[in-house]
Design a protein around this ligand. Structure first.
Ligand code: GTP
Ligand code: MG
Length: 231
């Protein structure tokens, strides 16, 4: 099922809003309610985590746009005057998930942590109650130390809780981005492209253009939802 969802994503290239809800009866994230009977409402919290200025807030804005019309609230974004996240960004998204002919209404709170080093204590608070994490790393080779530090911070906070996460390597449009191979080495990740369940070890993205932002989010949601049903 996970593989199907990836095929769908790659065949449509850059995600387009109008295809939402079409032909997604088996497994699909859709703004439309469709014809299956609604079974349950599920609620989750997803946190975007990563070093300062890696693109967490940009991911958040792109997701908010892509799920336009199914947002439950307008969401907010609290920034310092220079555009850095002061506290957090937060929005609640609602979409439908059809799994084996059963329809679920999934309500997900999306929160971004501030990457600023001086706000360590508020960052930890943002992770409270998280069901899934997207780690947003920076492709700038000079930011590798910050990527590592932030990843270590995340794993130390989440070690005991086994929260599902995906790793996003953002800003692939930079002129001299770090190679995916070097990035994986730096973070101690396997060199293979995907795990056995089909999810990618690293998701290359250009959040600025919305590229792969949604695929990354949906693949995490699949893990979060499977985790929930596994109990
Ligand atoms: N070239 C490029 N720039 C990007 C991309 N994504 C984000 N940026 C830029 O990187 C800068 C920081 O982006 P934010 O989304 O504010 O980063 P953040 O992770 O929320 O930062 P903090 O809240 O300060 O931790 C902004 O100038 C973005 O426009 C990308 O894919 N490519
Ligand atoms: Mg931010």
């Amino acid at each position: 099922m996970i593989v199907d969802s990836k095929k769908k994503e790659s065949s449509r290239g850059k995600e387009s809003q109008k295809e939402e809800g079409e032909g997604e009866e088996q497994l699909g994230f859709s703004g439309k309610s469709g014809s299956n009977a609604l079974k349950e409402v599920l609620q989750f919290k997803v946190v975007y985590w990563g070093p300062g200025e890696s693109g967490k807030t940009t991911n958040y804005f792109r997701l908010r746009e892509k799920f336009d019309g199914v947002k439950l609230n307008k969401g907010y974004s609290i920034e310092t005057t220079d555009g850095r996240t002061l506290w957090q960004d937060s929005v609640r998204l609602s979409f439908y998930l059809n799994l084996a002919k059963v329809k679920y209404n999934v309500i997900t709170q999306i929160v971004t942590a501030t990457g600023q080093e001086r706000f360590l204590s508020t960052r930890e608070y943002v992770l409270d109650g998280a069901d899934g994490v997207v780690f947003v790393a920076d492709s700038d080779p000079d930011k590798m130390e910050q990527n590592k530090r932030s990843f270590r911070e995340l794993t130390s906070f989440t070690r005991d809780q086994q929260i599902p996460y995906v790793i996003q390597l953002n800003k692939r449009d930079l002129e001299n981005p770090i190679s995916i191979e070097d990035f994986k080495k730096g973070l101690g990740l396997p060199q293979s492209e995907a795990y056995e369940d089909g999810s990618l070890v690293v998701y290359p993205t250009v959040a600025l253009e919305g590229e792969s932002v949604r695929q990354c989010f949906e693949d995490l949601m699949i893990q979060v939802i499977f985790d929930f049903f596994r109990g």
